[in-house]
Design a protein around this ligand. Structure first.
Ligand code: NAD
Ligand code: UD1
Length: 343
């Protein structure tokens, strides 16, 4: 693997949960960072925290990835070496209610970005895909060549972008593209200064648990305990957001080597049940998490965990943090900022 060359990186969605952790890792690796974000699901305070953590500064451009004129200007004014593309909408239920908005932001937004990159001759892109592209897989662990088949508009928007990027690479093999399929990102930076800050009632397990722990919610609803799993609750591959961000740094190094298109699972390879996640959080926080078992959530798989070997082999990356550490870091962030960035 080549050493990191200093680069100028455009991070779309860089004010968001994963993007802000990415900015920390990029700045600490010495790169120049430009964030483009419309703040539709984030706060500029996350970027201020990134600068405090790293003692380095980044450039922030407030705007929408669908704004072609803005994109052209950003690429004209900066010599951008690579784009890490996090900007997008991610709530499954909302995507069912508002599919066209999801296709517009996630698919059309990415196409606009590709057009601007092409015009600027910037052909290195890391795309935030998701294990959701596998739908409800029949075999575990999930390998990159496990059949895809998304089951909701959010998942289909990710799959469509993946397919568009594969076609793009086929038509012009000088592109360098990594499609990173994240499993379940959780955790927060060890400083407790950035973390996940859902706008509304959290859809995902870990932020819900931590809001129960801090007293913002009364109890967790456990979506089903009659799955074919050891304790009957759903099993997932939770991955620390800092590990995830470091996987992107490795993907950039991999793309440095040669033009290519690579598809990688980013997960730990370990599955934990909802009840195990509750126990781990209780141990990390010293709080009791009240919960009740309710019906299954429509569209949920019983089990989902990655085979992470391809990323280990080809990116020289593996997740380092365990579930206990993920919970400790979430708790530190939640305790310091009970109301997220609005504190
Ligand atoms: P997030 O909502 O915290 O971050 C997304 C950022 O994109 C936000 O800051 C938002 O303001 C910005 N954004 C949205 N629409 C935009 C637009 N039109 N123009 C410019 N900026 C826009 O979400 P996240 O959890 O950090 O996810 C980042 C990416 O990773 C997303 O593409 C998401 O689909 C993908 N992903 C997330 C998860 C997860 O569980 N968090 C899992 C798999 C994949
Ligand atoms: C969800 C999304 C998926 C997305 C992923 C990102 C759905 C149907 N799927 O997946 O598309 O890529 O987030 O991380 O929304 N659970 C509870 N109570 C809760 C919340 C969750 O019991 O309040 C359970 C779920 O049933 C599941 C596990 O906890 O077994 C994890 O859920 P979640 O964090 O929402 O992630 P995914 O379901 O994997």
């Amino acid at each position: 693997m080549p050493q990191d060359k200093i680069k100028t990186i455009l991070v779309t969605g860089g004010a968001g949960y994963i993007g802000s952790h990415m900015c920390v890792e990029l700045l600490q690796a010495g790169h120049n960072v430009l964030v483009l974000d419309d703040l539709s699901n984030s706060s500029e305070k996350s970027l201020q925290a990134v600068e405090r953590i790293t003692q380095k500064s980044l450039s922030f451009i407030l705007g929408d990835i669908r704004d072609s004129e803005l994109l052209a200007r950003v690429f004209a004014e900066n010599k951008i070496d690579a784009v890490l593309h996090f900007a997008g909408l991610k709530a499954v239920g909302e995507s069912v209610a508002e599919p066209i908005r999801y296709y517009d932001v996630n698919l059309n937004g990415t196409l606009k970005l590709i057009e601007a990159m092409t015009n600027a001759d910037c052909k290195t892109l890391v795309f935030s895909s998701s294990a959701t592209v596998y739908g409800i897989p029949e075999t575990m662990p999930i390998e990159e060549n496990t059949a895809t088949g998304a089951i909701n508009p959010y998942g289909r928007s990710k799959l469509m972008v993946e397919q568009a990027l594969m076609d793009l690479h086929e038509s012009d093999p000088s592109w360098r593209i990594a499609l990173l399929r994240y499993f379940n990102p959780v955790g927060a930076h060890a400083s407790g200064e950035i973390g996940e800050d859902p706008n509304d009632v959290p859809n995902n397990l870990m932020p819900f648990i931590s809001q129960v722990a801090v007293g913002r919610r009364e109890k967790l609803s456990v979506f089903g305990d009659d799955y074919d799993t050891p304790d009957g609750t759903g099993v997932r591959d939770y991955i620390h957001v800092v590990d995830l961000a470091r996987g992107h740094l490795k993907a950039l190094q991999y793309l440095d080597e040669a033009p290519t298109l690579g598809v990688f699972n980013l997960g730990t390879g370990n599955g934990y049940s909802v009840l195990e996640a509750i126990k781990a959080f209780e141990a990390a926080s010293g709080k009791t998490i009240a919960y009740e078992v309710v019906d299954r959530r429509a569209g949920d798989a019983a089990v989902s965990f990655a085979d992470p070997q391809k990323a280990q082999r080809e990116l020289d990356w593996r997740a380092e943090y365990d579930l206990a550490r993920m919970c400790e870091d979430v708790w530190r962030w939640q305790k310091k900022h009970p109301n997220g960035f609005s504190d």
